[in-house]
Ligand binder design. Sequence first.
Ligand SMILES: Cc1cc2nc3c(=O)[nH]c(=O)nc-3n(C[C@H](O)[C@H](O)[C@H](O)COP(=O)(O)OP(=O)(O)OC[C@H]3O[C@@H](n4cnc5c(N)ncnc54)[C@H](O)[C@@H]3O)c2cc1C
Length: 297
Amino acid sequence: MSLDYIRAGTTEDAIAALIRGGDDAKVVAGGTALVLMLQEGFIAPRYLVDIGRIAALGGIRDVGDAVIIGATTTLWQVMTSPLVGRRLPVLVGALGRVATVRIRSVATLGGNLAHGDPRLDPAAVLLALDASVRLAGPDGERWLGLEELFVDELTTAIGPAELVVEIRIPYPDPSSRLTYRKLVGQTMDDYGVVNVAARLDVDDGRCRDARLVLGAVAATPIRVPAAEAVLRGAGIGPAVIAQAAELAREAADPVGDLRGSAGYKCDMVVVEVRRALTELASGPGGPATPAGRWSDS
Ligand SMILES: Cc1cc2nc3c(=O)[nH]c(=O)nc-3n(C[C@H](O)[C@H](O)[C@H](O)COP(=O)(O)OP(=O)(O)OC[C@H]3O[C@@H](n4cnc5c(N)ncnc54)[C@H](O)[C@@H]3O)c2cc1C
């Protein structure tokens, strides 16, 4: 079957091409995930709508209380942005754990979120940061929080002719301590066995608010509200950390695969959550920690 390639010049052109192509059309941005799906026969579109050259979908800008990142901005552009480095070092650390420099140089942030794979590194950390996406489609524009975006494995709430246009990431409060951990079983550029993003907002030694997000151990990246409730209002010591880690284990629902059995992954959830919260109990966390440091592999 033939595959038509359409290079859209504007967001409107892209949406019009997607409407015309219907179920046979697919968006391509960096193509790192899409080409694999094509090669493996998971998808067989007749039209590929390339949004990579739409100028309005790129760029990084400061809007006072948040950064707005255009959907086609590459992971490399995000992680080398001085603004992001200054205001969101935990995101830089998480992006540095995505695959290799070659992938990071072409993979886009919008494509990452739209892919809807539960193992994706940016997704977990952006959930902990309360990020949201702006979508544009045939019925206009709308904003969606990331929790509403991820519906099921490789399934998002993005409509058939909708595009992720930009990602809004609020700047964390000065009291926020953040970390991202990714346990890999094989090579450093592999997908995680367990990913953990944690945020504690700490005042006078007590946790005012918390986010605990697990990646790779359920059909979508998930928050663990029961653990967040235990952390909220507490002084962060070993007993509270152990309780939160057990609650995270209960929330996880991994499948066994070549990276480990379901039981092993549940055990590693406990270990990684404990490590993440212990790190945050003693300091601000961020990319200077070994788990968050990125390399040029
Ligand atoms: C070898 C390899 C290793 C990888 N390792 C990791 C890893 O460790 N961690 C990690 O997080 N990711 C990893 N990935 C996944 C991949 O790099 C990311 O998901 C990437 O960010 C996808 O971005 P992209 O621009 O290439 O998306 P594409 O491949 O172009 O698209 C991905 C999906 O999103 C849709 N899409 C793209 N952009 C938009 C948009 N703006 N609006 C609506 N839909 C859109 C496409 O139709 C497609 O369904 C890996 C990929 C490969 C090939």
